[in-house]
Design a protein around this ligand. Structure first.
Ligand SMILES: [Zn+2]
Length: 499
């Protein structure tokens, strides 16, 4: 029998606010253990929580971005459980009356846009963190850090809309980009800013009813989600194929070993005894508040990519890549506004700029401080109008990166221009042939590599100003004069050599 997978995701987004969800303690990361705590987040008797307006606004911004239905009234509830890392033994969350329901996230899958439906988005608080087992002298101990207790979290639950692990990783990539784009979360799964659990079941293709589902936890990277799901789908498939029965269970995926381990089997659903938190009033969102947030929302990444395609004539691939980060899309638009032709600007950003960022570990902002948009646009325009060769343009860009100097001063200092006449270039070619007689011999024996080396030497002598095509033609005709046509070498241009 053929089976299909049915997958739903539950994502936790740690909101980037200054203070915690229900108290004034800093929500920062990496402080001295148990230094950012107070009676509220430690759950001491009599302490009273107060909701953080910035966290509510962050959740509302996400809700608006995915076009969910924001409820004018929602309720904070207590989820009761034994929490080793939460001394009050309940978590404040939202239950039957969440902040937002519905909405969807548009995701490009194999060149087509699909919208994955959401069940809800609600607000809650994070728990503390436990470290165990550790040792104190000869005793095993667990240590607890309550700095994270009470940090604002947003929970986003999808409909069971995914049929393949790759769809889930595409969805998470888009969600991560969105929360960063909105500035509400740093979005690193590895650092736990964005966490994800997945529900997965199999059913015969064409069946409407769902099969028995299992829950995967501890998926701490986007690749891990994809691989964990693939492993669990394979496991369920083999159980069913052998005529076995699946049991509801919670599984942990070990990314390192690509292995699943049963954390607990769920014979019955947990009863958390939810009830409205009597310490917190109903959360009211007025139409005016919502409207002001809506008008402050930035242009969303998918809308921006569509505008880059329609307005600048960019291929969808370029537009998608440029809109990976809001700062990158902003910078690209600055280049075009400063006069760089749209498609060449996109090429320069995607190749030269992204390469520099990667090699030097720079952020877009750091790059922008060094290479101001009008400067970069000027270099691109100079190359585009054939005032400078692409090679020369790149080397000027390198120098701007290194020195922070204005490209015009570099152009003036270098006397940068295009050398494309054979009269100007022939002396350089002859010098290079003189200096590298051994290499010339290799070229005449048919070694293409050696020929490329000679081209590079002439380019270097011209300080990047020579047009490579003219150099190739000149070299070729000179070599042909010396030893007959070198085998395997053809001039790349249509024009004959030496014309
Ligand atoms: Zn506190």
């Amino acid at each position: 029998m053929a089976y299909e997978a049915v997958i739903g995701l539950e994502c936790h987004v740690q909101l980037r606010t200054r203070s915690k969800m229900f108290c004034d303690c800093p929500a920062e990361f990496g402080a001295e253990p148990n230094s950012n705590v107070c009676p509220v987040c430690l759950g001491l008797p009599g302490a009273l929580p107060r909701p953080n307006r910035a966290a509510v606004e962050a959740a509302l911004r996400l809700a608006l971005a995915v076009e969910g239905t924001v409820h004018p009234e929602s309720v904070f509830a207590r989820k009761n459980y034994f929490y080793p890392d939460m001394p009050k033994n309940y978590q404040i969350t939202q239950y039957d009356r969440p902040l937002c329901e519905g909405g969807s996230l548009p995701v490009m899958i194999e060149g087509a846009e699909r919208r994955f439906g959401l069940v809800r988005i609600h607000l809650e608080e994070d728990t503390g963190k436990s470290f165990h087992p550790e040792r104190s002298g000869d005793r095993p101990v667990s240590r607890l850090d309550f700095n994270r207790a009470g940090v604002p979290l947003l929970e986003l639950v999808t409909e069971p809309v995914f049929r393949a692990p790759a769809e889930c990783s595409a969805f998470l990539t888009v969600l991560r980009r969105l929360v960063r784009w909105l500035g509400i979360c740093e979005g690193s799964m590895e650092k736990g800013h964005l966490r994800c659990d997945a529900n997965v079941s199999l059913r015969p293709v064409g069946a409407a009813a769902f099969g028995v589902k299992t829950e995967l936890k501890n998926l701490n990277s986007i690749k891990g989600v994809e691989r964990g799901l693939a492993a669990e789908i394979a496991r369920q498939r083999s159980v069913l194929a052998a005529g076995g029965r699946l049991e509801q269970a919670t599984l942990l995926y070990d990314t390192e070993r690509d292995r699943l381990a049963v954390m607990r089997s769920k014979e019955y659903a947990h009863d958390y005894r939810y009830f409205p938190d009597p310490d917190l009033p109903v959360l009211r969102v007025s139409p005016a508040w919502l409207e002001s947030l809506r008008s402050g929302l930035p242009e969303l990444p998918w809308a921006r990519a569509a505008r880059f395609v329609a307005g600048f004539g960019l291929p969808a691939y370029d537009a998608g890549l440029l809109c990976e980060q809001r700062e990158l899309a902003d910078y690209y638009e600055e280049l075009v506004e400063a006069g760089a032709p749209a498609k060449s600007a996109s090429n320069w950003v995607m190749t030269e700029m992204l390469r520099h960022l990667k090699e030097q570990g720079l952020s877009v902002r750091q790059w922008r401080d060094k290479v101001r948009a009008p400067w970069f646009a000027h270099i691109i325009a100079q190359v585009e109008s054939a005032q400078v060769t692409a090679f020369g343009g790149k080397s000027v860009l390198d120098e701007v990166m290194r020195t922070g100097a204005d490209p015009d001063s570099i152009f003036v200092k270098r006397g940068t221009k295009v050398l494309n006449s054979t009269e100007e270039l022939r002396p350089l070619v002859l010098e290079v042939l003189d200096e590298h007689r051994g290499v010339v011999g290799e070229v005449l024996r048919g070694r293409t590599r050696a020929f490329e080396f000679l081209v590079g030497q002439v380019m270097k002598k011209s300080r990047g100003q020579a047009v490579p095509q003219v150099v190739q033609e000149l070299l070729h005709s000179e070599l042909a004069r010396r030893g007959g046509r070198p085998p395997g070498l053809r001039p790349k241009a249509d024009r004959g050599p030496g014309s």
